[in-house]
Ligand binder design. Structure first.
Ligand SMILES: [Zn+2]
Length: 311
């Protein structure tokens, strides 16, 4: 999922990605990818499923519960053995195909854990905000940050990267310059950080974590590869810091609400993305309230009013 394009002139997004759904593409030696037919404002051209290795392979993010995509994934590994299924996070465009691929292959499913919100739900906060979560997902094995899983000719290191989703993990491919970055860092748009699944402070910490890692190429959950990744991550950090500064700047003029902040900050926003933008602003406000820079009545909520904290 993604995106907010307003303050983003600063980020050199790459939207050149014309791989048709279901077509297998060898993105680098030993890594194949195929796109699910679920394009949209949050998924770009669709979810990208990766196949790592040859003969005995791992699949990263089997994708949505979409019959033709599941068939295409299984077709792509025909004659091979799928030993592992890795899941970057449990949004519905990434993990619901897991049971089908597992049933067909017997592979072990690995992930950080089941779906969960980044914080306890507030009173009156319902699953409306949480509709994108795959509540049924259960890994066979949970992974700890830094854990390495080895297969036949490949090894993947789990890199806990919460923020977009509490259980988000990226996977570094040993012996290469490549990190499978899921929806945490993508080339085509910024990540949606939407409470209660997402948390801005976690997201920023995860960006700081990637910034100092050695991998230079990211293969994301949507769209093309990220090149010169550490510099790209740097841009994302600056982008969020600018967004936070814009919110504080507006609040310095007086008490206001989230719709007003969204109109002030996201110029020319695609109307389909207003909901996501509102949640992204809420994510910033949650962080700012926790830091004591912003005040509101009760828990920060989508309908609340916000003001700069005194002093
Ligand atoms: Zn996604």
């Amino acid at each position: 999922m993604i995106m907010d394009n307003s303050v983003s002139d600063d980020i050199p997004f790459d939207k050149s990605f014309d791989l048709p759904p279901g077509q297998v593409d060898e993105v680098m030696p030993g890594v194949r990818r195929l796109v699910a037919p679920n394009p949209g404002p949050f998924t770009f051209t669709g979810t990208v499923t990766y196949i790592v290795g040859r003969g005995k392979v791992a699949i990263i993010d089997p994708g949505p519960e979409h019959e033709s995509h599941i068939a295409a994934v299984l077709d792509a590994v025909r004659g091979e053995t799928v030993t592992h299924i890795f899941v970057t996070h449990t949004h519905r465009d990434h993990s619901p195909a897991v049971p089908y691929v597992k049933a067909a292959t017997g592979a072990t499913v690995l992930a950080e854990g089941p779906h969960r919100p980044a914080r306890p739900l507030h009173i009156g906060e319902t699953k409306r905000l949480d509709a994108g979560g795959d509540q049924n997902f259960r890994p066979d094995r949970t992974l700890a940050d830094g854990e390495t899983v080895s297969g036949d000719g490949w090894a993947l290191e789990a890199v806990a990267t919460p923020g977009h989703c509490a259980n988000h993990m990226a996977f570094a491919l040993h012996g290469t310059d490549v990190l499978f970055s899921g929806d945490h860092v993508m080339a085509w748009a910024t990540s949606v950080v939407a409470p209660p699944d997402g948390a801005m402070r976690d997201y920023m910490q995860s960006l700081f974590k990637l910034r100092v890692r050695p991998e230079r190429i990211y293969l994301p959950g949507h769209g093309p590869a990220v090149r010169d990744a550490p510099r790209f991550v740097e841009r994302f950090i600056a982008h969020r810091e600018a967004r936070q500064a814009a919110i504080l700047h507006r609040l310095a003029k007086g008490e206001t609400d989230i719709p007003t902040l969204v109109r002030a900050i996201y110029i020319g926003l695609d109307p389909r993305l207003v909901g996501a933008a509102s949640l992204s602003v809420l994510a910033h406000l949650e962080d700012l309230v926790a830091s004591g820079l912003v005040a509101t009545e009760g828990d920060p909520s989508i309908g609340g009013t916000y003001r700069a904290a005194a002093g």
